[in-house]
Write a protein that binds this ligand. Structure first.
Ligand SMILES: Nc1ncnc2c1ncn2[C@@H]1O[C@H](COP(=O)(O)OP(=O)(O)O)[C@@H](O)[C@H]1O
Ligand SMILES: [Mg+2]
Length: 338
């Protein structure tokens, strides 16, 4: 059976090499002196959801206590996941956090029709009564901000300002101390998101530590292949790993996809040259279709530029390279139009 995974976030043993970001997230939110928040930027299918789900899975083993800055309280930690991509307004956002808390703590609080009030009720329960510091893992945060500001940029600005102030203290719960942190994931870095949606940076004031999720290096691609093929009786040669890296530049989703193509092809093709041609062609076709499918409005400028750099270095074959470059240039030109 083909061991590679590319259709869903990876979990458990399949979660490969994110030690540095995990360490940074824990330090910033719960292990450091003051409890901060993090903004993780990364392209589509780079591994943002996998990373958040991995942090969420730490709930089973995490024993550190948190002393919120300025208090002598000692609290347990809970990592609470919520995907806010489909949220349309503030109420739905706070209800998503509420639901995450409810799923984890299984409390019996009545749900009101005010999302913010639900959030406050739940936070009071878990912070005061159950003595937990909360780290919210908020997936697809920029999609939510875009939806909100598409209707009204001022509403989005006000929402961000309110959230920033809650991250400092929640008057209804405990004045002068932090009660929760957030780990946001987004395709856009925060500056581009605010710019493109006409949100006033000073007005929103969100204070976050920035973290850019990286693609895999060549030696990590080797490591990933070996990890996933630990039960197989063959290994890819260094030349084959080179081919994978050259074609994907270590972009996590494409790396898994290419390794998967190579895995299937290796089982039926023995001739090296034929193997190379087959997988390069299949990969090029798939890459072109994927980029066309992802294109348009939703792709941040930073991603378009990064993909263009990537395509220049890739070894896709001339016909695919030209087609993909052309699509990317058109998307970029449209984005940059005044
Ligand atoms: N830590 C990882 N280890 C191995 N593969 C990964 C990892 N992170 C991402 N991937 C690959 O990327 C794909 C997309 O991951 P996902 O977490 O859904 O990305 P995102 O949320 O950024 O869109 C996965 O299906 C897998 O192929
Ligand atoms: Mg995701």
């Amino acid at each position: 059976m083909n061991p590679f995974v590319y259709n869903s976030p990876v979990r458990g043993k399949d979660f490969f090499n994110r030690e540095a970001p995990v360490t940074k997230i824990l330090k910033e939110t719960v292990r450091g002196k003051s409890q901060g928040s993090i903004w993780i930027t990364g392209e589509r299918q780079i591994g943002k959801t996998s990373l958040l789900k991995h942090i969420q899975s730490l709930n089973d083993t995490f024993e550190d206590k948190v002393k919120p800055y300025g208090t002598d309280k000692s609290l347990d930690v809970a990592f609470i996941f919520g995907n806010v991509q489909g949220c349309e307004n503030e109420d739905e956002f706070y209800n998503t956090l509420w639901q995450g808390l409810k799923d984890y703590f299984d409390f019996k609080l009545r749900k009101t029709n005010n999302g913010y009030q639900n959030f406050i009720n739940a936070m009071t329960e878990v912070y005061i009564k159950r003595k937990h510091y909360i780290v919210f893992l908020i997936d697809e945060f920029d999609a939510f901000i875009e939806t909100m500001s598409y209707k009204d940029a001022q509403v989005a600005t006000n929402f961000l300002a309110k959230l920033s102030s809650l991250l400092q203290e929640v008057d209804e719960i405990d004045e002068g101390t932090k009660t929760f942190s957030c780990v946001f994931t987004a395709n856009h870095d925060i500056k581009e998101l605010l710019n493109q949606n006409h949100i006033d940076n000073r007005g929103s004031g969100l204070i976050v530590e920035a973290l850019n999720l990286k693609w895999f290096t060549k030696s990590q691609v080797r490591g990933l292949a070996d990890l996933y093929m630990r039960d197989d009786d063959f290994k890819f040669t260094n030349k084959e790993i080179d081919l994978c890296y050259k074609s994907t530049q270590g972009y996590p989703y494409f790396t898994q996809k290419m390794l998967s193509l190579m895995y299937d092809a290796r089982k039926i093709i023995t001739d090296d040259k034929q193997f190379r041609n087959t997988v390069k062609n299949e990969f090029g076709e798939m890459f072109k279709d994927t980029i066309e499918d992802w294109g348009g409005d939703k792709m941040p400028i930073r991603t378009l530029k990064k993909l263009m750099e990537m395509v220049k270095k890739m070894d896709l074959g001339r016909s695919f390279t030209a087609v993909v470059m052309k699509s990317l240039e058109i998307y970029l030109r449209t984005k940059l139009m005044p």
